[in-house]
Design a protein around this ligand. Structure first.
Ligand SMILES: [Zn+2]
Length: 334
């Protein structure tokens, strides 16, 4: 493992740690922030052997001892951000006599983690039924469910000491006083952290460069994620941000410009989604018209259908479609 590929210093006290992901997204950006009372880890990566090696290499290169890690902060509990939170706690426990650092997240994300990744004996049935309700053919729904089972293994062990933090409060990340903001849409209770003095925003996956944040309906998720996402962009557009540090890809320096592009992307996608209902469509049928589904991996198909469902649900909220929920959710021109 070459530390120059893994670690990138962004400021005197901030290092970006790029961890490998075994799917098309390739990498997740985590952050190490240095402060007088220790280091903050922000987001953790998926628990894979190469992810563990990347953290070990980062700690070695920056001469960080286990006892120096004072808190692990999560923006949200998607597996690529949550996956190694418990592993990192154990890593610290094994190497230090001090208490393991707490894992900080929102109450909503803790609930998401418990329902999605927790020891729920019904998870398979819930997941399979959800994809079938989107109109996904049974073989693909079963393949998606199997892939979800694989993902469940990559978020183990779960963190043991969790501390709930809430929007509106402040959080010291390193020595930076940040304001905690909750932004929904990508994940129901995602938190992002705004350092107003530096006009710097740890923005999680709410804004990304080059790719659009995935806005999807999932089993257990709140209704109308796209409506919530667009509302959050409106709120965020009032912030002064010189640099946003996202969960994937490059840093965002034209914050307002990127907000505008994301809104335009979804407006266009909504037009496309509406046009698929002639006069009725399932989320799977609509996704077939919007994405080259045949060319996508199971993992990507899952995102394509869930994202299409989010657009169709938004059109239901806008009363351009109505939704009939028998076994399969059917979207019909209003
Ligand atoms: Zn992510």
């Amino acid at each position: 493992m070459n530390s120059s590929q893994t670690i990138h210093q962004l400021a005197e006290d901030i290092y970006q740690v790029r961890l490998p992901l075994p799917f098309a997204l390739k990498q997740v950006n985590c952050y190490l922030v240095k402060g007088t009372s220790g280091w903050t880890v922000l987001d953790t990566g998926l628990n894979t052997p190469s992810g563990q090696a990347a953290w070990r290499e980062a700690f070695r290169a920056l001469e960080i001892e286990a006892s120096d890690i004072h808190q692990i902060v999560l923006t949200h509990t998607h597996p690529d951000h949550y996956g190694m939170a418990g592993w990192l706690q154990n890593y610290c426990k094994r190497r230090s006599s001090a208490d393991a650092p707490p894992v900080l997240m929102s109450a909503r994300e803790a609930r998401t983690a418990a329902s999605f990744w927790g020891p729920n004996p019904d998870w398979k049935k819930t997941v399979l039924n959800f994809w079938r309700s989107c109109g996904v053919p049974v073989e693909l729904a079963m393949a998606i469910t199997a892939a979800t089972g694989q993902m469940r293994l990559r978020v183990l062990p779960h963190p043991s000491q969790v501390k709930i933090i809430s929007a509106g409060n402040e959080l010291l990340i390193g020595d930076r006083q940040t304001k905690i903001l909750q932004v929904s849409g990508h994940s129901d209770g995602q938190l992002i952290f705004y350092d107003q003095a530096a006009q710097l925003l740890f923005c999680g996956d709410q804004l990304l460069l080059g790719i659009t944040p995935n806005i999807s309906v999932w089993p257990h998720s709140d209704p109308n994620p796209l409506g919530q996402f667009l509302a959050s962009l409106d709120k965020l557009s009032t912030l002064k941000v010189r640099t946003a540090l996202p969960g994937h890809r490059g840093l965002i320096t034209d914050f307002q410009g990127r907000i505008g592009e994301l809104k335009e992307h979804h407006a266009e996608r909504l037009r496309h989604a509406l046009a698929t209902a002639q006069p009725m469509v399932t989320a799977f049928e609509a996704a077939q018209q919007i994405f080259p589904l045949d060319k996508l991996s199971v993992h990507e198909k899952r995102f394509a259908v869930a994202e299409t469902a989010a657009h169709l649900d938004y059109l239901v909220e806008r009363k351009q479609l109505r939704r009939e929920t028998g076994g399969v959710r059917l979207y019909i021109r209003a």
